[in-house]
Design a protein around this ligand. Structure first.
Ligand SMILES: [Zn+2]
Length: 455
């Protein structure tokens, strides 16, 4: 009797272990089956003569961006479209890990739990995906960047639809260059989408944050604050200079924003203190995670804990160690345009991985009062300093330019961030041109080309 009892126990243990393992496997199959099936090293999914057919990808105007023909992945007929949309659509080898073709590959392949991949009866062609981007706006931004690298991203701040997303350097996914791996100078960072995965010295576009911190601290008197600018000033034992050493004279917030007076903002930041500036920057999304569906966005960062008085001055104008990400700058502009909170951007018309997936991020980046005050400052920049002639008529653009000095003998990062204060064109944008010639000349030209294509 005793032996039988012992054997039963052993059998029961084995049975439970077996059922437990089976259960574990099944749960994992349900949760992760699509990921296992769609690993990039599962090369036959992506390569020619594939037994799995990926669905089509189209832009918002039904232009075909990618499809599968005779088992091979083919892209747009137009080489410029292929280059301009490479980071958004993806490459055949699956290196662009933030692209639609990579992040939504199981949907494109028509994977399902019961039939897996290559289900010839029920889902032979995979699923198609419609993007919110406009290929013509992407091409316009790409061409306007000329030889320069950079990022251009724009979205409808009311619906969240991303209308334009371009990153350079890039390559033609139909004809990947043979020296892609070796030629580091030409293709450094080519697999990174600069709009989502890059952070760059912001320069003067950061003055929007410094201005907002002053609005919060001095809600009734910020408009009457003035400082004198002689083109250069001793602050904290070292100099702060304005671009080209221009002496701007007595500046208030409006003229300092329009003239992009570094000395005004350096004094302002020191009156605010570094804690207040860093806190405001964090409220506005610095040091915070953002997501586009399942894709984490490279953070904009600020850390003033070790900054001295002079360094605080430089940080307030987007130098020192401050970094900004183009996607984040775009949603910040969308929040200012939208009364303080931003609408979650999305890249597909469905409710899929790169769609409107709620991540629990706080959507409010500034108060509604600050939003309307910042809007009037940014509108004044274009109306009184940059010129409305830059942009299509009636767009009522509000914007700030920046030139972020990057050192190493390189020309600056040139930025323009902004939005149209318009019900017809509810568009917010961020443009970065690396090693450009100036905020308006380099980034303004790209922003104007992009907005013209969207007009
Ligand atoms: Zn100045």
């Amino acid at each position: 009797m005793k032996t039988t009892g012992f054997r039963s126990i052993v059998l029961y243990i084995l049975l439970f272990a077996f059922l437990g393992g089976l259960g574990y496997f099944l749960v994992n199959l349900v949760l992760n089956g699509d990921k296992w099936a769609m690993q990039p090293y599962n090369g036959h999914i992506y390569a020619g003569n594939s037994t799995v057919t990926l669905g089509e990808i189209r832009d918002r105007n039904d232009n075909l961006l990618a499809s599968t023909v005779d088992g091979a992945r083919v892209y747009s007929d137009d080489e410029t479209v292929r280059r301009a949309l490479m980071h958004t659509v993806g490459d055949t080898a699956g290196y662009i890990s933030t692209s639609v073709q990579y992040t939504m590959r199981s949907k494109l392949a028509g994977y399902n739990l019961i039939f897996g991949l290559n289900d010839t009866i029920f889902n032979k062609l995979g699923n198609n995906i419609d993007l919110t981007v406009d290929q013509n706006a992407c091409v316009a931004a790409y061409n306007a960047m000329g030889e320069n690298n950079g990022a251009a991203i724009a979205y409808n701040y009311k619906t969240g639809e991303i209308l334009c997303k371009v990153s350079k350097p890039t390559f033609d996914p139909s004809n990947p260059p043979e020296d892609l791996a070796e030629n580091e100078e030409a293709y450094e960072g080519v697999y990174l989408d600069n709009t989502l995965s890059g952070s760059f010295t912001p320069g003067s576009i950061f003055k929007v944050v410094t201005a907002a911190a002053a609005m919060e601290r001095w809600p009734d008197s910020w408009q009457s604050i003035t400082y004198d600018c002689a083109g250069t000033a001793e602050i904290g034992g070292d100099s702060i200079t304005c671009l080209h050493g221009d002496a701007h004279g007595t500046q208030d917030m409006y003229s300092a924003m329009g003239n992009s007076c570094n000395i005004f903002f350096a004094h302002l930041a020191n009156d605010l203190g570094k804690e207040a500036l860093e806190e405001k920057a964090e409220e506005m999304g610095f040091n915070k995670e953002f997501h586009l569906g399942s894709v984490p966005i490279s953070e904009s960062t600020i850390d003033l804990s070790n900054a001295n008085t002079n360094e605080l001055g430089w940080a307030s104008v987007g130098q020192y160690t401050v970094l900004a990400n183009p996607y984040h700058m775009m949603v910040l502009m969308g929040a200012i345009a939208g009364g303080g909170s931003y609408v979650q951007p999305k890249l597909t018309t469905g409710s899929d991985l790169l769609g409107d997936l709620t991540q629990g991020d706080s959507r409010q980046l500034v108060t509604s009062t600050e939003a309307s005050q910042l809007k009037s400052l940014l509108r004044s920049d274009v109306e009184n300093y940059y010129g409305d002639w830059l942009f299509p008529e009636g767009m009522n653009v509000c914007a700030k330019t920046g030139t972020g000095e990057v050192g190493e003998g390189k020309a600056p990062n040139c930025w323009m961030v902004g939005f149209c204060d318009s019900d017809t064109y509810p568009i917010a944008f961020a443009v970065l041109v690396e090693e450009g010639t100036g905020g308006i000349e380099s980034a303004g030209t790209v922003a104007a080309a992009m907005l013209s294509a969207l007009a």
